[in-house]
Structures are given as C-alpha cells and as structure tokens.
Design a protein around this ligand. Structure first.
Ligand code: UVW
Length: 305
C-alpha cells in the first residue's frame, strides 16, 4: 500500500495528517494522574552514545568557562559589572540521538515520500525535510508496547523479531487495544546491551525489531498509524531474516505510507511507570528541532499520564 498523493501533491508530513485536533483531545482523555515522563536518551552520556554503525556520537566542546578569564584574561570579553559565562557547542549527527527522521530520510528507486525526486535531497532536503514535522508538532494518544516484558526478558536479543500480531498480543496482555491513529511506542531495552559491552553490541550488528511482511505493512496502513517510536537505533530488525534486505520497513512505512519514525528513545522510566500503575495509554507530545532542510532532528518526547 501507498499513501502518496493522499494529502495532495505538496504534502511533507504524511501520516501525521491523521493527528487531527480530535485525536489530540482523544489523547488528552488519557491524562489521569498528571505524571510527566520524558523519553530522550542523554546526549554525551559518560558511558557512550549508541549510534548507527558509521555515525559518531555527538561531541560537546566548552567554548567559554571560568578558565577563559584565568591569568591576564587576554581575549576574554570583559563586561561592566564583571559578568562571566559558560558557552558550549556540539557537533552531532542529526540521527545520532533520540530523533525524528524526516520523511525523505530513506528511499529507493529515485523517489522519496510522496513521489518527490530523490535529487531533491542533494545538498539539503528541499522536500520532506524534518522542518515541516517540527513546525507541526506530534500530539496524540500514545501506547507503550513493552515487548521485552511481554517476552519475560530484561531486553530482546540481537536479530529477535516480532510482528503486528505480537504487538496486539502484548497490548492484550497489558489490558488495552491498539486503536486507529495511536502513536505506537515499542520497548525492547536492546540498547542496555550497548552499555554492557560495546564491542559485542556492534559485532555482527543486527538490532531486534519489527519484521517486514505485506500483512504488517497492511496493518499499519489500515490502522493509520501516524508515528512509530522505539528504543532501538533504527526501529526495525536491521536485516530482514528471509531476504537480507536492510531496513525494509523504513521504505515500506516511511517512504510509502508516510509514517514518521522516532528512534533511540529511552523508555525505561516509562516502562517502569506503566508496569507499576498499569496505565499503558497516555498523551504523547513531541516536536523535533526546527532545522532547515535537515533529514532528521533531535527531540525530547514527553508522555503525560
Ligand atoms: C539509517 O538511516 C540507516 O537509520 P536511521 O533511521 O536509524 O537514521
């Protein structure tokens, strides 16, 4: 299935169009306790930052600090009243931390989301960049599917797969359903293995996750899922176990259906909270940074229960 053209020839936000104001209000109805939980993974974690192979973690550099005024203080700015300040900068892959992928981030056959020419990515995303997603914001009913807990494991294993049927079974075991237009949030806790042993983590690299099938894509299409959020680097099994194809769901869901992908979340506090209070449905709110023509942008999603 494809959603190309469904929201007109100029669309750049895809399935986020399903998140109408009534969907926002449906999400709000799931605020029951006033509990707030953020989902961003720390940037610059002293234990390291998990990134897709070939990318490098963010580097934060101090530009100004108290040492700038040491000694003669030559070159350091002097302000009336003696104010000093700290300043820093980061150099980072925009897909190197908790992030929203732009809909044009991944493609095949020379066309990105909505049929735009893949040449529109050259030198900057002229179409389907992260900018329109950031401008719009993402608000709706979120559901946590705690697949690790459902399978009785602290974390899923390398290459472990699951399907939409497993997601539905997981939801049933948690006492709710996955409804049309839900923001689907999947916990694997796989990245805990990165912090345990990075060499082993990257050896024969293959994350666990959803596995491509026509039925699974059809399920996303019929459920009109606007946003898939996970705690892995790339939201799906890295290589399809049957075909060896890399990240087929990036193409089938993002490129063809316009489903936005949110990756590298930290779902541990949320999972703990849901297991404790039994509330797996809530309001989900997120807005990636507004970065001109970018293929993705960091985000700190917020859950309100
Ligand atoms: C790739 O682009 C390969 O992955 P991600 O969606 O994790 O950025």
């Amino acid at each position: 299935p494809s959603n190309w053209g469904r929201w007109g020839p100029d669309d750049e936000v895809g399935a986020l169009n399903f998140l109408t104001s009534s969907e926002v209000l449906r999400g709000v109805k799931h605020i029951q306790q006033g509990k707030v939980i953020t989902l961003q993974r720390l940037i610059g974690d002293p234990r390291g930052d998990p990134v897709w192979p070939g990318r490098t973690p963010a580097v934060r550099t101090m530009v100004m600090d108290e040492s700038s005024w040491d000694g003669d203080a030559k070159g350091a700015p002097q302000f009336p009243g003696g104010m000093h300040y700290s300043d820093d900068k980061i150099e980072a892959f925009l897909q190197g931390s908790t992030q929203y992928d732009a809909l044009g981030h991944v493609w095949y056959d020379g066309q990105i989301w909505n049929g735009y020419d893949a040449r529109t990515t050259v030198g900057g995303m002229q179409k389907a960049s992260v900018e329109p997603l950031a401008q719009r914001g993402i608000v709706g009913r979120g559901v946590l599917l705690d697949m690790a807990r459902f399978r009785g494991k602290s974390s899923l294993d390398k290459k472990e797969t699951f399907t939409h049927k497993d997601l539905e079974a997981c939801a049933r075991s948690q006492g709710h359903t996955i409804d049309k237009h839900d923001i689907v949030i999947i916990r694997t806790n796989f990245l805990s293995q990165f912090y345990e042993d990075q060499e082993r983590f990257y050896q024969d690299f293959c994350e666990p996750g959803l596995c491509y099938s026509r039925e699974l894509v059809q399920w996303f299409y019929e459920k009109e899922i606007p946003n898939l959020v996970t705690d892995t680097i790339a939201n799906e099994i890295t290589y399809d176990p049957k075909t060896g194809v890399a990240l087929p769901l990036h193409c089938a869901l993002m490129r063809n259906l316009g489903v936005t992908l949110t990756e590298i979340c930290d779902l541990e506090l949320l999972a703990h909270s849901c297991a404790t209070d039994g509330q797996y449905t809530f309001l989900y709110v997120a807005a990636p940074l507004k970065i001109h023509q970018a293929s993705g942008a960091p985000v700190n999603p917020v859950v309100i229960k």
